[in-house]
Structure formats: C-alpha cells, structure tokens
Design a protein around this ligand. Structure first.
Ligand code: COA
Length: 388
C-alpha cells in the first residue's frame, strides 16, 4: 500500500522585510546576509496573526480538494504555541469546520515535531487505510532584536494531508533517527524570544545528520547516489549547503559545484524569501523543490532531513508520484509571495514590539491583512478568532 502526501500547501504573512533594509539599519554588510546566511527577505506577522491563523490559512488551501469528513486526526506541530494546555489545532479544527469525530493533538520538539507527525500518521494509516490525517506545522520564529539570529526570523505554516491515496509523494517506511540532550536552541516558558548558541547548533545539526544517515543507510542499504534531490531543515538557507557538503563527505563523494546546485538549489527558493518557519521549514523546502524544479521529478527519490534543536534528527525518503504537478498549489504560492507588502524598518519594529494583553483586559486587534482568518480579540485571557 502506498502512503504519503495527498495534498500540500503553505501560507505565510502578507508583510515582508527585505533583509538589506535590516542590514542597513543594523550596520551589517548586506553581503553577509544574502551570501553568508543565504537569506533575502523575511515574512513578518502583523498584530492579529499567530500560529493559529497561519495554520488555518494553510489548512484551508490544503483541504480545497479533500472531503473534510475523511479527516480523522489533526496534528498541530509548533514551537511557538499560544497556550500551555489547549492544542492550537482545536481552534483550527473549528475554523476549518472539520467533523467532531476527529482526534486533535499538539506536538512539540523544536523544528522536528512536524516530521514526527508525518511519520506517526504514516504508521496509523498503515493500520487504518481509509483514514486521513491533516498535519499542520505553524511557527513564528522570533529572536532578540539585534541578536545574530534576528536576520533568520520568519513566519509561516505548512498543511499536508497524509493518506493511502497520495498524489504528490509516497513516504517510505524506513528512516534513521538520533537524539541527544543538548542546549543549542531553547525557549523557556517565560520568554517570547528563543535563546540560541548559533554556531553550536550548526555543529550539532551536522552530527545529528551524520548519525541519522548512518542508521538509515545501515537499515536500508540505500546510498547517496540513489537520491535525485535532497531537502534539509533550513534555519537559514546556507545551512543546506553546509549539510549537503557534509553528507557527501561522510559518503566519500567528491561533489562538484554543479551537482551541489542540482541537488539542493530549487529547494532553497521559498525559504530565502520567507525565512525560518521552524517546524515547517523542511516541508517549505520540499514544496520549493517540487514547484521550482523545471524537470519532471516523477518516480525520483528525495532525501528529507529533519532537525529539531535540543535535539532530534531524522532522515527518511519520499518518492515523487507521476502527475504530482497537477496537485501542487504553485500559482497560489507564487502570488502569495509576490503580493506581500514590503515593510520599512520602523514598521517592522512596530510589529515586533506589539504587545498582546496578558492581564485579562479586552484587547481588540488592529486590522491587518491576515488572509482568510484573524485573531479579532483577546478577552478574559481567551483568544477569539474569526473567518473573514
Ligand atoms: N560577506 C559575505 N559573507 C560574509 C560576510 C560578508 N561581509 N561576513 C560574514 N560572512 C559569512 C561568514 O564567513 C559565515 O560564512 P560560513 O558559515 O561559510 O563560515 C557566514 O557569513 C555567517 O557569518 P558568522 O559571522 O558566522 O555569522 P553570525 O555570527 O551572525 O552567526 C548564525 C550565524 C547562523 C549562527 C546565526 O545567524 C544564528 O544563530 N542563527 C540561528 C541559528 C538557528 O536557527 N539554529 C536553530 C537550529 S538549526
């Protein structure tokens, strides 16, 4: 039985900061941002946009051609949750008008948890082939102002429907994974901004990649050369270059610049324009690769490496299905990116510094473009959402 991705979409904020604007404001060489880090722009969420509205917008797109009554489970992966108790997916379940006979849970393990959702969904569908799972990965990446991580912020959500009738990609059952207790990136409950030991996180990412690959290869005997494309978790797009050169090296492969570009470049285009979307960033890279690759990828094998600080890594494979292009949302995604409103640096600061009420008073949100859904109010410590 084939199990995999039937439908796949992303949504990102309607507002964007060109990172050259930030570099200028910070007195940083723009070349460092564009070439050293590999980022062009970052999506910035306005007041009234949170991980719930981002996920609802992505979910709305991913469910456009799916019978919503077939969704038996919603997994909401995030590391920027709005509540310590209630699963954010329950708000989205309501906004998307899904049937009540459905499980909803929230998953957390830094940027990795969406992958846990996908692979758990795969196993569940193996047991119950008629059931479909909606996986939402939604995050707002937020670092301290003026910190090294600030230029790697971003905001966005991925929605995918996993089922036994995949149209885009089958997900193969074997994978290699690795866990180690480290403090490379974390966010204590009392903080809005992540703390990160950036250079250490890059080193530990590469270690998790090595260990995950080794286990994957030992279990499957599938080699580097059998993959046509490689997608990586992208905290910033140059991470893919570092990761891919590393993977080639441990496989004793002398990778040419042309091969490097062929293997990874199409998968970097959207991330360079949006920034880090944490849980969804690997899948944004997958969408970018599928939508921007001029070649037909049918029947090709794609390596997917997921990494979540703290840390867990997992490497697995997908096989692209013939006819996949008919099921992509390429035009919608292109117009979403092209129609974003560019922010000035003071506008970015205002969005960043917007304070959500934490004292139970009623706060009505200012009106910004947040797609089809918005957070309209916070009242008595409760978030109130509306469909527009
Ligand atoms: N022109 C071109 N390139 C330049 C440059 C310039 N003027 N100045 C610096 N660079 C290059 C550096 O050589 C370096 O390249 P390299 O990685 O090939 O060595 C790159 O730009 C980054 O410079 P560096 O000084 O190392 O950057 P930094 O101290 O600002 O830190 C990160 C970079 C990525 C560590 C930082 O942005 C960060 O912490 N990001 C968040 C990390 C994260 O999300 N981790 C989550 C888990 S993966």
């Amino acid at each position: 039985m084939n199990i995999g991705i039937e439908s796949l979409s992303f949504f990102t904020s309607r507002y964007v900061l060109d990172l050259r604007t930030m570099a200028k404001a910070r007195g940083v060489d723009a070349e460092k941002v564009v070439n050293g880090i590999g980022q062009e722009k970052m999506s910035v969420p306005p007041p009234g946009e949170d991980v719930i509205t981002l996920a609802a917008n992505a979910g709305h797109q991913a469910l456009a051609s799916i019978d919503t009554d077939s969704i038996e489970m919603v997994m909401f992966a995030t590391e920027s949750a709005t509540d310590q108790s209630k699963a954010g997916g329950i708000y989205v379940h309501n906004l998307l008008k899904l049937k009540p006979y459905c499980r909803v849970i929230e998953l957390k393990q830094a940027c990795y948890s969406g992958t846990a959702g996908l692979l758990l969904a795969r196993d569940m569908i193996q047991q119950h082939p008629e059931r479909k799972v909606l996986i939402l990965m939604s995050d707002i990446a937020r670092y301290g102002l003026n910190s090294a991580g600030e230029i790697t912020q971003g905001a966005g959500a991925i929605a995918m429907v996993v089922s036994s009738q995949p149209k885009i990609m089958t997900i193969e059952p074997d994978s290699g994974y690795y866990t180690q207790d480290v403090m490379d990136f974390w966010r204590p409950n009392y903080r809005d901004e992540a703390l990160v030991d950036g250079k250490y996180s890059v080193r530990i990412y590469l270690k998790a990649l090595t260990e995950s690959w080794n286990l994957y290869h030992q279990r499957t005997r599938i080699g580097f050369e059998q993959f046509a494309r490689f997608c990586y978790h992208l905290p910033f797009s140059r991470m893919a270059e570092k990761a891919h050169k590393h993977l080639a090296k441990i496989n004793h492969i002398d990778l040419s610049e042309n091969e490097l570009a062929t293997h990874i470049n199409d998968g970097l285009i959207y991330n360079r324009e949006i920034g880090n979307i944490y849980t969804g960033s690997l899948y944004l890279s997958l969408i970018s690769m599928l939508e921007n690759n001029p070649q037909d990828m049918s029947n090709q094998k794609v390596s997917l490496f997921s990494y979540g600080s703290g840390c867990v890594g997992e490497l697995f494979a997908g096989q692209v299905l013939p006819g996949y292009r008919n099921y992509l949302n390429s035009d919608l995604h292109q117009s979403l990116l092209e129609s974003r409103k560019e922010l000035s640096y003071p506008e970015y600061s205002d969005f960043y510094n917007f304070a959500y009420a934490e004292d139970g008073t009623t706060q009505t949100m200012p009106s910004f473009d947040t797609g089809c859904y918005r957070l309209s109010q916070i009242k008595d410590h409760k978030r109130i959402y509306e469909m527009l």
